[in-house]
Ligand binder design. Structure first.
Ligand code: NAI
Ligand code: MG
Length: 506
């Protein structure tokens, strides 16, 4: 493969842009946002942010700890209880969200660049997918601000009262997000929280803090009062854990691994926080022989290889009906073998780098495991490039649903293909998983498709497509994939609480 742009070249490219670099010649994202101010960690500690395309350090980021979280939570509490934000009505908050979206749009190229050099995903994807969807998300929730209202309810028996409910914000929301879609995950959490009148302390993943810090600047520029959104950069075990333990935080919204999700739920019990969890998946993508096989294969490739496979919804288990297997595999494996990985910053690149060395090694470990378990490697399976964390698009055929590569979330460009004989068997295999985030079925038989949609235990079902999402539609998991829904009106439920008011009419 062609070698990636180096960090030095990258920084040289960015240099003309004012205020991009710090005194060490690295990107200037060493401070976090607390109470409307940019501050270093109380401990003075920092951690390195690495460009995955080359493995070079591009920024030293503040490593927030308990003291910083305390300050951020206090600021969020003040903003929630008193001051400018409290006086803002729904229309004001809607305007603020819309203004943030406008400023993101005006700075879309810079944000997309930051997203790519932080995460390793192709620049084209940051620019055409991640950023536009994030901007649209702020606008979607701008429309909801002030519209989360209660109801009047007729008492059912004995009571003679006029009764109604108020839908009120929850308070201070702690939000812990992952590295796979940094700005999108930040948006999915911040926008509904503000629409409902909450305040936020958000902790980005340690691998990808940059675009969110830039978003913080834009939020201030948009006129967001101080303390409404605080960004504490830091490690999970320190900053993340402190947020979960903090008695002043009313709710934790988390996206990440099942392991940390379980830990968060356990730790949040101490202070009885509300918790919503969006954890991973091992989503089945089921292809029946009567479907458009060529299209199904092409979309299945995008379903597993988009974002280098680092997607909670990745279609990582591809189930193909036995009678169509050869025809389908020819397209799937053939095209996978032709896909190339390359410099994330090259506008022609469609597949970039994994996020970190750790994640790359994890993925390569699963590829070895797949071979050991007896699955047949039909495409990819190796690291490429001397520096950077690039793994070729990998396809295993002849996978059995008991194998680790069919049961565990790999979170990388590895597809496991399983063959089935009939619809009952397909549904049984699909549901034989600890996870239940997403699923897809390809068939031209309406009855088969709708029966599958009822039978599958997953939060999303796609019929003859994959990875469709829309800001208006709820997103979340069944089983170990978590609970609570993000996006749509569903997210508003998780950022409000209901108060009941009785007026005696006797
Ligand atoms: P992770 O679950 O450790 O990290 C996600 C977020 O949680 C980060 O912000 C991290 O700092 C924070 N965190 C970690 N430990 C914490 C703790 N004790 N208390 C509070 N916050 C904590 O995920 P990681 O280690 O980056 O990736 C490991 C695997 O997790 C991946 O290979 C993938 O299978 C899965 N994953 C799933 C994601 C999804 O979208 N559902 C996103 C990221 C990872
Ligand atoms: Mg972890």
């Amino acid at each position: 493969m062609q070698e990636s742009t180096t960090a030095g070249e990258l920084i040289a490219q960015l240099k003309p842009r004012k205020n991009q670099l710090d005194e060490h010649g690295l990107l200037r994202y060493g401070k976090m946002l607390i109470d409307g101010e940019w501050v270093g960690a109380a401990s003075g500690e920092t951690f390195e942010s690495v460009y995955p395309g080359t493995g070079e350090v591009i920024a030293n980021v503040a490593s927030g700890g308990k003291e910083d979280v305390d300050r951020a939570v206090a600021a969020a509490r003040r903003a929630f209880e008193e001051g400018e934000y409290k006086k803002m009505n729904g229309a004001d908050r809607g305007k603020l969200l819309w203004k943030i979206a406008d400023l993101m749009e005006a700075n879309i190229e810079e944000l997309a660049e930051l997203e790519t050099i932080d995460n390793g995903k192709p620049l084209v994807e940051s620019l055409r997918v991640d950023l536009p969807q994030s901007i649209a998300c702020f606008r979607y929730y701008a429309g909801w601000a002030g519209k989360t209202t209660g109801e009047t309810i007729e008492p059912h028996a004995r009571v003679n009262a006029f009764a109604y409910t108020l839908r009120e914000p929850i308070g201070v929301c702690g939000q812990i997000i992952p590295w796979n879609f940094p700005i999108q995950m930040a948006t999915w959490k911040i926008a509904p929280a503000i629409a409902c009148g909450n305040t936020v302390v958000i902790k980005p993943a340690e691998q990808t803090p940059l675009s969110i810090l830039r978003l913080g600047e834009l939020m201030l520029e948009a006129g967001m009062p101080k303390g409404v959104v605080n960004i504490v950069t830091g490690l999970g075990e320190t900053a993340g854990a402190a947020l979960v333990d903090h008695p002043g935080v009313d709710k934790i919204a988390f996206t990440g691994s099942v392991e940390v999700g379980k830990l968060i739920m356990r730790n949040a019990a101490g202070t009885l926080k509300k918790v919503t969890l969006e954890l991973g998946g091992k989503s089945p993508n089921i292809v029946f022989a009567d479907s458009n096989l060529e299209l199904a294969a092409k979309v299945a490739l995008a379903g597993i290889f988009f974002n280098q496979g680092q997607m909670c919804t990745a279609g990582s288990r591809i189930l193909i009906e036995a009678s169509a297997r050869d025809q389908f595999m020819e397209v799937l494996a053939g095209r996978a073998a032709k896909m190339t990985v390359g410099d994330p910053l090259d506008p022609k690149t469609r597949m970039g780098s994994l996020v970190s060395e750790e994640q790359m090694n994890r993925v390569l470990g699963y590829i070895d495991k797949g071979k050991e378990e007896g699955a047949r490697l039909v495409a990819g399976g190796n690291r490429v490039g001397g520096s950077g964390y690039f793994v070729t698009p990998t396809v295993f055929d002849g996978v059995n649903n008991d194998m680790a590569i069919a049961r565990e979330e790999i979170f990388g460009p590895v597809a496991s293909v399983i063959t089935f004989n009939d619809a009952d068997e397909a549904l049984r295999i699909a549901n034989d998983s600890a996870y239940g985030l997403a699923s897809a079925v390809w068939t031209n038989d309406l009855k088969k498709a709708l029966t599958f949609a009822r039978g599958i235990k997953a939060g999303t079902v796609w019929i003859n497509t994959y990875n469709m999402t829309d800001n208006a539609l709820p997103f979340g998991g069944y089983k170990d994939s978590g609970f609570g829904r993000e996006l749509g009106a569903a997210a508003l439920e998780t950022y409000t609480q209901t108060k009941t008011v009785y007026v005696d009419l006797n």
